[in-house]
Write a protein that binds this ligand. Structure first.
Ligand SMILES: NC(=O)c1ccc[n+]([C@@H]2O[C@H](COP(=O)([O-])OP(=O)(O)OC[C@H]3O[C@@H](n4cnc5c(N)ncnc54)[C@H](O)[C@@H]3O)[C@@H](O)[C@H]2O)c1
Length: 346
């Protein structure tokens, strides 16, 4: 039975997917809010979902909102929905800046409303399968590369793409960030299109993140090194491989001396000594899983997997990375001419 009226606000690239999936959930009665008449016509024709131009045109009580508008509008749309008493599933990044994100989290908490953030990679079946195998990671490396899509150009690649990996890293490392380094560059502009970041945590974990939206290859992958395992997580292909050294590996391999034994050890390295196991990944539509959790949290009052505060924390790190990129760039700008002169003199 359709018991919850949910507004999907914004029917662009991702909003259309959210709207279609929301309509497939038995308890949701969706209504799409979208200023573009073309986009509204598409939603009505393709998905048979009612649309309106603005929130004010919705009749009756609205239970929740799924906000899929450009990032710069997240705060105003989300605040409006909260004022109307709605629970929120807000696409990532939660807002365009940390102060607005904190404000939203506080408002939602005071009003007793669910605030879930759309860091959908937490529902990626590959990450879901890998997560129970990850205890106290020592090193995490993430790579997120896409060709230029002409979307989300209102924010940097750090807020657009890298923030997914910042959130995944923060979900695995329960420790404060001690130091960060970052570099980046703008290719199409006006914001950063490529960035690399290095995070060190108080507990010793190191994370190295790479993101580009100007890449000639596509990749969404992560490697996690723990004391027990080395995990290769392909978030796009949805596969996970775990390499687990056999017990006593170091002692046994150090004892090998003859060329024949060395060759045999090399030949059987990833079967006998460092066996590779394909971890079972149970397929699921990550966005649908996220929406189903949203409905459950509205009903039960449970905390979502990705809370507003989680979204806020990822955003604060992203903002710091952007600031470090700027500082690094201005250092480079001031140092390069001098080095160039020295180089020529030498
Ligand atoms: N979780 C993910 O993996 C993921 C992927 C893509 C995009 N996103 C996020 O989703 C959001 C939307 O991205 P997109 O690629 O769909 O953008 P888009 O530009 O394709 O679509 C945005 C839509 O919002 C509409 N809109 C603008 N202001 C509005 C308002 N005030 N009220 C209602 N509608 C409004 C626009 O007309 C447009 O149709 C962004 O915040 C982006 O970061 C998340």
């Amino acid at each position: 039975m359709k018991t919850k009226k949910i507004a999907v606000v914004g029917a662009g690239h991702l909003g259309r997917i959210h709207a279609k999936l929301a309509a497939s959930i038995e308890s949701i009665e969706p209504v799409v809010v979208e200023p573009s008449s073309d986009a509204r016509a598409f939603i009505e024709k393709e998905h048979g979902i009612p649309t309106v131009e603005s929130l004010d045109q919705i009749d009756g009580v609205l239970d929740g909102g799924i906000v899929v508008t450009p990032t710069q509008t997240h705060f105003s749309v989300a605040a409006d929905l909260l004022d109307r008493g709605c629970h929120l599933l807000l696409e990532k990044p939660i807002c365009a800046n940390g102060a607005s994100a904190t404000d939203l989290c506080e408002r939602a908490s005071q009003l007793g409303r669910t605030l879930q953030v759309g860091h959908v990679e937490r529902f990626n079946p590959a990450f879901v399968a890998a997560r129970p195998l990850i205890h106290q990671p020592k090193y995490i490396e993430t790579t997120r590369l896409t060709p230029y899509s002409f979307r989300a150009t209102d924010v940097s690649v750090i807020l657009d793409l890298m923030i997914h990996d910042i959130d995944l890293v923060l979900s695995m490392v329960k420790s404060k960030v001690l130091s960060i380094q970052a570099v980046g560059t703008s290719v199409v502009g006006p914001h950063l299109d490529m960035a690399k970041a290095w995070l060190e945590f108080e507990n010793g974990t190191v994370a190295c993140l790479t993101a580009s939206r100007c890449s000639y290859t596509s990749q969404r992958a992560m490697q996690v090194m723990t004391a027990e395992k080395h995990l290769h997580i392909d978030l796009a292909g949805q596969t996970v491989n775990a390499v687990t050294p056999v017990e006593g590996l170091a002692d046994q391999l150090r004892g090998i001396t003859s060329p024949e034994e060395v060759q045999a050890a090399k030949d059987g390295m990833f079967e006998k000594w460092l066996p590779i196991e394909a971890v079972t990944v149970t397929p699921q539509n990550a966005i649908l899983a996220e929406q189903l959790e949203f409905v459950r949290c509205i009903e039960t009052g449970d905390e979502p997997t990705v809370t507003g505060w989680d979204g806020r924390d990822a955003l604060l790190i992203a903002e710091q990375l952007e600031a470090v990129v700027k500082t690094t760039q201005s250092k480079m700008d001031s140092v390069l001419p001098e080095r160039h002169v020295l180089h020529n003199v030498a």
